[in-house]
Design a protein around this ligand. Structure first.
Ligand SMILES: [Cu+2]
Length: 333
């Protein structure tokens, strides 16, 4: 389909599936349209009024009724199934995908690579690698739309929305904001630059700001006083944060929730919303105190903490010989 006019380029792992579903939908619609209008034309001629012929009314036919209900149902289920499969696949990023934080604001896109480089209205990604986008907005709803990748995801203030893709063709592709967001909405455009791995690494290393995001987060963690409660031993007033990402955590009200980016975000901005079992709700809110960029750095830092990496506040690296590493984190969940 690459060279078909009016058809966008295909440059990601989603293109094939989305296109197949789209073509199937269009085909079924065209066939149905032709059938219905054909029947209208044909039957209106065939059963036109003729002198001396009396119309006979048909009282009903179970066979007809069931056929024209059940057959379309299969087609509708096929649409649904195709859409649902792609949707669920799109919402579950692979574990080892590299993560990029995207902050939208009127009217620009800010991208933050975990290795440190930041970009505005451009996003460099490696060819053939899974990339996970963790996106949020500083003001209104925007939408991250890359036609060549067949991805579009709303970007909302106050929470993270997550999306992933794997670029399959090197090149430069359009990025659009696909949700009307104010006067300069039409100017909120950018480009996605897909580079082969080696070239991408060169680009990463050539960046001016090369402090990794998690390291920026570690600094903020110390400066904001997080480290005074979240210590690397079990003596702090707050829970240990090492290794919590990607695991369920028990809450004071008996529920259990998965620690993902949105949970970490909420824990920092609205600590009272979900209180960890066994702790008192003494953590102050950081809403309005830290920026989206700082928040992204803190989230990246907390995610980078593994039970054996030790936490901030200069924890000594765990000694591997003495017991399984997860015991070093103290409190088990
Ligand atoms: Cu926008």
């Amino acid at each position: 389909m690459g060279n078909t006019p009016f058809w966008p380029e295909s440059a990601s792992n989603w293109a094939q599936g989305v296109d197949a579903l789209y073509i199937f939908l269009v085909l079924v619609s065209v066939v149905m349209c032709v059938l219905i209008f054909g029947a209208v034309a044909f039957l209106s001629v065939k059963f036109r009024r003729k002198p001396g012929v009396q119309p006979t009314a048909i009282e009903g036919s179970h066979f007809l009724e069931i056929t024209w209900s059940v057959l379309p149902m299969f087609f509708f289920f096929a649409f649904f199934l195709g859409g649902a499969l792609i949707f669920f696949h799109e919402r579950t990023p692979p574990q080892d995908a590299s993560e990029i934080y995207v902050v939208a604001k009127q009217w620009m896109w800010k991208m933050e690579h975990p290795e440190g480089p930041r970009e505005i209205n451009t996003l460099h990604v490696p060819l053939g690698k899974d990339v996970k986008l963790i996106m949020t907005s500083m003001d209104v709803i925007h939408s991250f739309y890359v036609p060549a990748f067949r991805i579009k995801q709303d970007v909302l203030p106050g929470r993270y929305t997550i999306m992933w893709f794997r670029a399959t063709q090197p090149g430069t592709y359009h990025l659009f904001c696909a949700e009307y967001c104010g006067t300069q909405h039409s100017g909120m455009i950018g480009s996605i630059i897909v580079q082969p791995e080696a070239e991408y690494q060169t680009w990463l290393n050539g960046g001016s700001s090369s402090v990794p995001l998690a390291q920026t987060g570690e600094k903020a963690f110390a400066e904001l006083g997080c480290a005074s409660c979240h210590r690397s031993d079990t003596q702090g007033r707050g829970p240990l944060l090492a290794g919590i990402y990607g695991r369920p955590v028990a809450l004071e009200d008996g529920r259990s929730v998965m620690v993902d980016e949105n949970y970490l975000r909420e824990s920092i901005l609205d600590p009272g919303a979900k209180v960890v079992a066994g702790f008192r709700p003494v953590m102050p809110t950081f809403q309005g105190i830290i920026s989206e960029e700082q928040l992204a750095a803190l989230v990246a830092y907390v995610k980078s903490l593994t039970p054996s990496s030790g936490q901030a506040a200069g924890a000594a690296p765990a000694k591997a010989e003495k017991g399984p590493p997860q015991m070093k984190s103290g409190r088990s969940r």
